[in-house]
Structure formats: C-alpha cells, structure tokens
Design a protein around this ligand. Structure first.
Ligand SMILES: [Zn+2]
Length: 242
C-alpha cells in the first residue's frame, strides 16, 4: 500500500514515484509535522502527490511549503492541483520564477536540432498551468525546511534550476542536473536551456557532502553516491565545443 506511494530516503524524507521511477517528487517533514513538497510531476501527477501525503499520515493541511527545482512541465505539471489542495504558493529560483508564473518553459538549447524544433512548435504559456510564486530562492540560502534545505543553483538545464541539499539527513536532490535512468547520465540536451552550462554547473554536486543522492528522474543512490557522481563527472567532462 503505502510502499507504492512513497519511498523512504532518510528520516522525514521520502521520494514520491510519480511516473514509475522515471519522474519523482519529494516530501520533507519538519519535527513539528509541517510538510514541504518538492516537485509535482506531470499534469496527471497532482492527485498522486496528495495520496502520498496520506501514506505518511499527513494531509494537504499539513503542507506549508511548495518548492520547484525548475519550471518544466514534468516538474510543475501537477503543481496547480497541489496548490489548490493545499492553498499554498511556490518557492522557485528567481531565474525561473517568471516562467512558473506564465506556465511556460524556459527556452531550449538552439544549438541542437531538437531544441530548435521544440522551440519553434511550442506555444508560450501552454506548458503547464500558471503558478503563484510566493518566494524566490537564491544560491546558497538555507530554506527553513526540516532543519535546513540548502539551495544549490545549478543553472543550464534551465536558468533557475536548483539542486537541494538536506543537510540534517545528508540527502541531495539533484533535480535535473543529472539523471539516474539506466545509470547516471546527463539530461536530454534538447530540453536544456544551455546544455554545456548544465555540464559545467553539475560539478558543484561533486563538492557537496551527502549519503543519499536522489534524482527527479530515476532511483536514488545509497552506496557512496558522491563517489559515483564524481566518477560520472570526471568521465563525462564538458567539452569546449561539444
Ligand atoms: Zn527539466
């Protein structure tokens, strides 16, 4: 039952598998029972996020913060539903805030054919339901979430993309900086605003301290995850000209 709805990562931290293990959200709970949700999947994911609350014995009224790693439809798609259920607005990095409020994705990397095509055929404002942003986060700040959630700005995938480090449980949420789908890999180039910047800023993740690495796409790493991420980063270095 609850097993299918949430995957425990650490005390008071859970992953919510929203499209099997391919698209994930996260729950963090404070000692006083307040709940923070991070990322809400695709447009049909909203009810699954709410059901996941039930699996940890919480409900929509316990949710005090909604956080997005970035403004893409597979992260913000279910967000409007969750906002209606909880009555909360969103925390997102300053550089993605305008996109979240419009319900549009940031531009795609036009140095790749797919990026040019998607850009040409996508209609601004139609990617996901527009959201209310109540707080813009910046690099290095520690959000008052479950003992402290550090914002690590890892732009490239989108201008305001962030990874999040829960220092108390030593859990890293990479966001889309790195995927763990059939092994560690870069996000799809054509869906990045600047793929080479993604490759550069991901190196920040090799410098942090954590015991669990959790991914918005793919399952978590629990066995020396920092070493695995460092190996990936050194084997897949950014190239000067791609
Ligand atoms: Zn994304």
């Amino acid at each position: 039952m609850a097993k299918d709805l949430v995957v425990p990562l650490a005390p008071n931290v859970w992953r919510i598998p929203l499209v099997r293990d391919l698209v994930n959200g996260f729950i963090l709970r404070d000692d006083d029972g307040q709940v923070t949700l991070v990322d809400m999947g695709v447009s049909s994911s909203g009810p699954k996020v709410v059901a996941a609350l039930g699996a940890i014995g919480a409900g929509p009224s316990d949710v005090t913060r909604l956080v997005l790693t970035h403004a893409h439809p597979d992260h913000a798609g279910g967000a409007a539903h969750v906002a209606r259920e909880t009555g909360r607005g969103f925390t997102i990095h300053h550089d993605d805030a305008a996109y979240a409020m419009e319900g549009s994705s940031p531009p795609r990397d036009r140095s790749f054919l797919l990026g040019r095509l998607f850009d040409r055929f996508s209609r601004p404002g139609r990617d996901f339901e527009p959201l209310t942003v109540e707080r813009e986060m910046v690099d290095g700040e520690v959000l008052p979430v479950a003992g402290g959630l550090r914002v690590v700005h890892t732009p490239g995938h989108s201008p305001g993309h962030v990874s999040l480090l829960h220092e108390e449980s030593r859990t890293l949420i990479t966001g889309d900086a790195i995927f763990n789908v059939m092994g560690l890999r870069w996000p799809v180039k054509a869906f990045c605003t600047d793929f080479r910047m993604t490759q550069r800023t991901a190196h920040e993740l090799g410098e942090l301290d954590y015991d669990v690495a959790a991914f918005t796409h793919g399952t978590e790493l629990r066995d020396r995850p920092r070493e695995a991420i460092r190996r990936f980063l050194s084997a897949h270095r950014a190239t000067a000209d791609g």
